[in-house]
Each structure stands twice: as C-alpha cells, then as structure tokens.
Design a protein around this ligand. Sequence first.
Ligand SMILES: Nc1ncnc2c1ncn2[C@@H]1O[C@H](COP(=O)(O)OP(=O)(O)O)[C@@H](O)[C@H]1O
Ligand SMILES: [Mg+2]
Length: 229
Amino acid sequence: MTETLKLTDVSHDYGHGDLRVRALDGVSLTVRAGELIAVMGPSGSGKSTLLGIAGGMEHPSIGEVIVDGTPLRSLNAQALAAVRRRSIGFIFQNYNLIPILTVLENVAVPLELDDWPRARALKTSRQALAEFGLLEVADSYPENLSGGQQQRVAIARATAGSPRLILADEPTGALDSITGESIVRLIRERVDAGAAAIVATHDARLAAWADRVLTLEDGHLYATTEMQR
Ligand SMILES: Nc1ncnc2c1ncn2[C@@H]1O[C@H](COP(=O)(O)OP(=O)(O)O)[C@@H](O)[C@H]1O
Ligand SMILES: [Mg+2]
C-alpha cells in the first residue's frame, strides 16, 4: 500500500535554553492509504504537536516528514501551502468553522482557495453535505447547528476535496459519546475510500475504529495494539 505519511526520527522542541520543552522525541511512523491510526495519550504528551508536524504546519526541530512521497522540508512556503490545501484535511476539536459564512460556503472555502471555479466548488460542497446528511442546513450559519452537526460540517470541509491524509485532533472532545462515535465512523468511511488518517483521542472506545492504536507519553510514541477489524 502507498505510504501516505512517513515520519522518520522526528523530534521537536519548543523554546530555548532552560525553557526548552521536548514535545516529540524520536518519533517514527508510517501511515498507509486505507489505514486509520489512533494516537492516545494524556494532555501534554505531544499529540497536537505530532499532528501539526505531520500536516506541515511547522517543520520538526529534527527529522523528516514525507507526505505522498514529497519531503515537506524540500518545499518552499508556497508549495508547502499547496500540499496542505490539496493533500491534507484537518479536523479540530472546536470545529473552527467561519461564523459569518453559511455551512455551504464554509465547506467550499478550501476548494476556492485551491482555485476551483466557484460553481464547481459549490457543487462538490453540496455533494459532500448530502453525503453527510447536512443538505437541509446548507444555508444555515454554524451558530444555529448542534455541536455534532458543526463537527460533521467540519469533516465535510476537511474531506470535500478528497485529501489523501486526514488529521483529526481530538475531534470528539466536545461531543457526547454517541455523537462522537458517529464522527469517527465518518472518518473511517473516508479511510475505507482510500485516505490515510491519524486521530488523536482520549477516548478508548473511539480507538476501536482504528487499525492501529499508538500511545504518546512525554513525546515518545509507543505501539499499543493491532486491532482486529
Ligand atoms: N507553542 C508552544 N510553546 C511552548 N510549549 C508548547 C507549545 N505547544 C505545546 N507545548 C508543550 O509541548 C508539549 C506537548 O504539547 P501538545 O502537543 O499540545 O500535547 P497534547 O496535544 O497531547 O496535549 C507540552 O509540554 C506543551 O506544554
Ligand atoms: Mg492537544
């Protein structure tokens, strides 16, 4: 299977001198197309740092990140931004929807930023909303939706352009467990359709949807289990 994401000996520090914090320490990880990885670990263990570095939001202090065969460090800022827009879908705990845009417009934004013609961006966004059972709220504003609906919109936005890599940072953290499970099922469907995904979560039940469960502890990544699916 294609190696969609490959981290090799990645370490990352914040701050300098006495204030230096090593957030990741010697992390290596390969995620293939069709694979969903759950990363568990307490607050402060490095989950968000791992996802940010996997998604090219920042370069690691040490080590290499390869997305779809391209070492991210080899790219200039513009090319890196293009890889992030085209190949990577981010999902956050707090949804990060734009309040002054409708649901449909929110989903269309990344496609339009990627220079899709507006009509095509809106058509594809409508299709994504329909798939997620959200067509009836397409013209609503985020504040009028439940948390679960907002997160489904955020997933539609993150996946409408069929990114190869999905990175979700505690996507169910603000939701009740039944809604949370429906959210992870949506990510699972995108993975079964060929994406690769990493989901950072506290919730052991959600990890049951993963092919592999890894644990971060003080920046060290440990293999936990091969799930039987
Ligand atoms: N911007 C930052 N500046 C300084 N330290 C940070 C920053 N972001 C995270 N850290 C530190 O790095 C470590 C890992 O944080 P983080 O990746 O957010 O963990 P998690 O997502 O598992 O809670 C923690 O010790 C945290 O305090
Ligand atoms: Mg975090």
